[in-house]
Ligand binder design. Structure first.
Ligand code: SAM
Length: 277
């Protein structure tokens, strides 16, 4: 038996989701998101796509190319803080980092597939496509172990209310209007469920009263009082010296991060976290 196998991508996903934080944990039917999968030229894929258009959904088999390691036990982002065996999860941190996503197929033009909501980031290599066949692939009544328990808990309304201070609100509006960057809905969803420190959710304590959550290339500083979460300020996850360094031009949102730091060089005094520069 071979100990390693070589696969070639058939194409790459094109999406507005540039960083992992922006991609859902699974595709969200609630979004109007449109994505494209462009298959490689000169491989005969136009013929390989024949007869696929009649299927409402396709399975994408793809590679978590932005991951570098795997762990036998992982901390899922949803539910209580409890590690699970990676094979009992859909975590990206797998020995062979293969992703599996069923997506709506909206159209096919030549070698390009127009797709609905996905959970992949831009540039993700795709290895295979298969039609989604409900009679083969759907078992809605099958047990789903620990995920059933988490789903039952998640069906309750969120326990925390999340508000933005005027500073954070002005920063969010500036990012949305000048740079079309908007991570506030996802940030609000995560903090409303549970703002406690969590490695996978990238929430960590910053001093006795403050905490911060990583949102891709951005951070949001917040406090919690009872069930009220107050987002005090947004800020880049990188210092200016790092952003301007040679060879770091590919950092997601880099130009927006630099412009943001020109506008808000340090966190406003009232929102500054104890111990921060
Ligand atoms: C929880 S995984 C589930 C993927 C797939 N539906 C599955 O079940 O195999 C989805 C997450 O993978 C991450 N992700 C998406 N594209 C990635 C990539 N190319 N490399 C690494 N991580 C990626 C994003 O954080 C996204 O929220």
């Amino acid at each position: 038996m071979p100990t390693s196998l070589t696969l070639q991508p058939i194409g790459f996903l094109r999406t507005r989701q540039q960083v992992k934080f922006q991609a859902g944990h699974q595709p969200s039917a609630a979004t109007e998101e449109r994505n494209e999968l462009e298959l490689l030229p000169d491989c005969g894929y136009e013929d390989a796509l024949r007869d696929l258009a009649g299927f409402e959904r396709v399975w994408l088999l793809w590679w978590f190319h932005r991951n570098e390691n795997w762990r036998p036990l992982v901390l899922p982002p949803r539910g209580p803080i409890q590690r699970r065996g990676v094979f009992a999860t859909r975590s990206p941190h797998r020995p062979n980092p293969l992703g599996l996503t069923p997506v709506p197929l909206l159209g096919i033009a030549g070698r390009t597939l127009l797709l609905g909501p996905c959970d992949l980031v831009d540039g993700t290599p795709v290895f295979d496509l298969k039609p989604y066949v409900p009679s083969f692939d759907a078992f809605p009544d099958a047990r789903a172990g620990w995920i059933d328990e988490v789903d039952a808990a998640m069906s309750e309304p969120p326990k925390f209310s999340v508000t933005l201070t005027p500073t954070a609100d002005a920063q969010a509006t500036w990012l949305r209007t000048h740079w079309s960057i908007n991570f506030i809905p996802r940030l609000t969803e995560l903090l409303a469920r549970d703002p406690s420190p969590h490695r996978t959710r990238r929430i960590r304590k910053r001093g006795p009263t403050h905490a911060e959550i990583g949102c891709g290339a951005w951070l949001a500083v917040f406090t919690v009082a009872g069930t009220a979460v107050s987002v005090l300020a947004l800020k880049p996850a990188y210092p200016m010296t790092f952003l301007l360094r040679e060879g770091y031009q590919d950092i997601p949102d880099r130009d927006a991060l630099v412009a943001f730091l020109a506008q808000w060089p340090t966190p406003p005094a009232a929102d500054r976290v104890a111990g921060e520069p």
